[in-house]
Ligand binder design. Structure first.
Ligand SMILES: *Cc1c(COP(=O)(O)O)cnc(C)c1O
Length: 435
């Protein structure tokens, strides 16, 4: 891994240094450094900026979000219902303002992407279309450490169709003593039970280990056995290059409040592959927003299915939430996902370097070492630690995430975290561990 700093010899992992000066130098030479100032960084009681490492849970607020939301509040105040057509950003077509940027962020075509509902709701709506079990093929395969909401969702789908939620659920498990999943084990499962599996649903980036899966490989494998393949990209969108169109998955869902910085509980994103865009007879739940836009307001007659991912919408959407998403996506559009990912790799490589200096007796990084198999998050197992460690870290001004029994998840986000943040975090961890 090479990091080029202007007018200097290239910095490689082997000549990383573990002092503050080096961190400040990396910040100096960071082409994206000015973006940190475009976010609100949370502060402690004395007004000092916190070291915020939980952008994987709730992304920070861009300073421009307020004006985007205010625009819609003003138009609503001044125009009432006429805002649907006369607002600066007419509400009737508001979701379309998000489509192109969102498609870029996840590597899809505009026809494949829509912003609507929330993540788990979208997951269910996708399963209405892409989980159509038969007596012979009805099982659902997920990763054993799937996010709880995904597990509950697929279990309830199994029950909804009259199947046993234990017998019908197949778990892709790590090998004994490991945390990461192995593709050979997935191949074995498919060789043995592929004909019985209706749907493979995998988290694009696992929320716990930070493992970024090879979406294309999983999709090709699943399709070979006739399974539908979908991904939950909650931890992938805005974090890694998902290339959803290219990977060929049938569908994907994600949220916008993690790496997409669009505010607590904001709307979700949904991808349906182009090959399904014009299948009007595909089973689905519909509402007036799934109806052909040209004749939607005739409010009469036969239902006319809208094509593309938009055709899965049900309701007219919440504009205030979409305004916050637009504020964020405009920033992603301005910077470009490639640039963000490039910085992200440097930031996390540097983080890994500093952690490794602590020594293997102290910590172990669960997340893959290969930067192509992870995003910005590192999941750190701390030997002999309990929750008091996390408490002390929080006291010292670090916002991180604790997972029982002994894992801290930290996600330095390229948009607003600095190399200095990473340096200071590891210093604080060191101090606490040496106590
Ligand atoms: C964050 C997250 C969710 C949350 O679902 P909501 O419906 O937005 O509450 C679901 N799945 C995964 C993998 C997540 O990371």
């Amino acid at each position: 891994m090479l990091i080029f700093v202007r007018n200097r010899k290239p910095i490689t992992l082997s000549n990383y240094k573990s002092d503050l000066k080096f961190a400040l130098e990396l910040d100096q030479n960071d082409a994206l450094k000015s973006y940190r100032n475009q976010f609100h960084i949370p502060k402690d009681k004395r007004g000092n900026e916190l070291i915020y490492m939980t952008g994987n849970s709730l992304g920070l607020q861009p300073k421009q979000t307020k004006s985007y939301v205010n625009q819609e509040l003003d138009d609503w105040a001044n125009l009432g219902v006429e805002g649907h057509t006369d607002a600066k950003n007419p509400w009737l077509t508001y979701h379309e303002f998000l489509t192109e940027s969102m498609a870029k962020v996840v590597g899809a075509k505009p026809i494949e992407v829509v912003v609507m509902n929330t993540l788990t709701a979208n997951l269910h709506f996708m399963m209405v279309s892409f989980y159509q079990p038969t007596k012979k093929r009805y099982k659902i395969l997920i990763e054993s450490d799937a996010f709880p909401s995904d597990k509950y969702a697929v279990e309830s789908q199994l029950r909804h169709h009259g199947f046993d939620d234990q017998e019908g659920l197949i778990l892709w498990k790590p090998r004994k003593g490991k945390e990461l999943l192995n593709y050979q084990d997935l191949e074995t499962i498919l060789e043995e039970q592929g004909e019985e599996i209706a749907l493979i649903l995998i988290g694009g980036v696992n929320y716990y280990t930070g493992q970024f899966f090879d979406l294309k490989r999983i999709t090709i494998l699943g399709h070979k056995y006739g399974c539908k393949v979908g991904f939950d990209c909650a931890h992938g969108a805005g974090n890694v290059a998902l290339n959803l169109h290219d990977c060929g998955a049938d569908f994907a869902v994600w949220c916008t409040y993690k790496y997409l910085n669009s505010g607590p509980g904001s709307l979700g994103g949904c991808f349906v592959h182009e090959r399904h865009a014009f299948k009007k007879d595909l089973n689905r739940f519909t509402g007036w927003w799934s109806h052909n836009k040209q004749t939607r307001f005739n409010m009469r007659g036969e239902f006319d299915q809208l094509s593309g991912a938009e055709g899965w919408q049900l309701s007219n959407p919440p504009i205030l939430s979409m305004a916050a998403i637009k504020a964020s996506l405009d920033m992603f559009h301005q910077v470009g996902t490639e640039k963000l990912i490039e910085k992200s790799k440097k930031l996390t490589d540097y983080f890994e370097f500093l952690l490794n200096e602590l020594g293997e007796d102290t910590i172990r990084i669960i997340t893959p070492k290969n930067s192509e198999e992870r995003g910005c998050q590192l999941s750190i197992q701390v030997k002999n630690a309990d929750k008091s460690l996390h408490h002390k870290l929080t006291e010292s001004g670090v916002i991180s995430d604790w997972r029982e029994p002994d894992v801290i998840r930290c996600a330095p986000v390229p948009f607003y975290n600095s190399f200095e943040d990473v340096y200071r975090l590891v210093e604080k961890l060191k101090l606490i561990l040496n106590e």
